[in-house]
Design a protein around this ligand. Structure first.
Ligand code: SF4
Length: 169
């Protein structure tokens, strides 16, 4: 589907991708992610992997010219595939920096394995990742400051406030 996706971005049919991968849990506050996916504009696509995908792939979000609005890469270890998609898009658009792509990261975390995925994204210099729904307990104030100052990592707010932030409204 790579060619179709690149064409859809070039034509403006897809305006933005949202990486909404990661963990899930039973806490009510995690309904944030379901609600966020439901409120996303029709010209956006969710890239997902890991347990969080069960919040989106049962929603009827439709498709954009045959491209499903939820692209599910698999389990959390398959985040590798999401990274490849981002790097391929970067190549297709001749960009130097993955942060220039129309991709936002609104990621759910819960377990150590997900932290390794986060470290891989930081290694790739991905900036402005939003992380929730709570922040990892081991994030000391000093480590959190480095992540915020160097990578622009942020927590989450309300669905509506975050939507405005991500869509640049
Ligand atoms: S780290 Fe655990 S909870 Fe998180 S996505 Fe992977 S399997 Fe699910």
């Amino acid at each position: 589907m790579a060619d179709k996706v690149v064409e859809a971005v070039k034509s403006g049919a897809i305006k933005k991708f949202f990486v909404m991968a990661g963990c899930d849990g039973r806490m009510k506050s995690r309904e944030y992610y379901t609600e966020f996916a439901q409120k996303l504009p029709q010209d956006t696509v969710v890239l997902t992997a890991g347990c969080a995908k069960y919040r989106y792939n049962k929603l009827n979000l439709g498709d954009i010219g045959g491209i499903p609005r939820v692209l599910d890469a698999g389990q959390c270890n398959d985040c590798y595939s999401l990274v490849l998609i981002a790097l391929k898009l970067k190549e297709a658009f001749g960009l130097d920096d993955v942060n220039q792509l129309p991709i936002a990261f609104n990621i759910a975390w819960y377990e150590q394995k997900a932290v390794i995925v986060l470290l891989a994204l930081l290694h790739l210099n991905v900036k402005n990742i939003h992380l929730g729904h709570t922040l990892p307990g081991f994030l000391s104030p000093n480590v959190a400051k480095v992540l915020v100052d160097t990578f622009g990592i942020a927590g989450m707010g309300t669905v509506d406030d975050d939507m405005k932030l991500f869509m640049g409204a």
